[in-house]
Write a protein that binds this ligand. Structure first.
Ligand code: ZN
Length: 109
């Protein structure tokens, strides 16, 4: 697959800072952050949207999202979970943004 996550992250073509990893998912700091805290959680398998993801995978993704929020104490400040679909979705590989802190740029895709 030719999307950013398959091509660059899952193939280790760009440098990134890993937060956590399981057999099925990978969480890391966004390479071009939009917020002072900006993490991304992706499935390792190529899936385009949540509509193709089975419940076990979504459960694993949200478990990681919850852990990241707790481990970074984001609930004591602010946080936002963003998932895009259709024309809102820039990279066609399922991904969830976890945003917190101050906004650095306008658009999150
Ligand atoms: Zn992909």
């Amino acid at each position: 697959m030719n999307d950013f996550y398959c091509k660059n992250i899952l193939n280790n073509k760009v440098e990134f800072q890993k937060i956590k990893e399981t057999e099925n998912i990978l969480a890391f700091y966004h390479t071009k952050p939009s917020f002072t805290f900006h993490a991304v959680v992706i499935p390792k398998k190529h899936i385009v949207t949540i509509l193709e993801a089975d419940d076990d995978l979504l459960n694993e993704i949200f478990k990681a999202i919850k852990e990241i929020i707790i481990e970074n104490k984001l609930d004591q400040k602010n946080y936002r979970i963003v998932n895009n679909g259709g024309s809102f979705q820039d990279s066609k590989h399922l991904h969830f943004h976890i945003l917190s802190g101050e906004k650095l740029i306008e658009v999150v895709k």
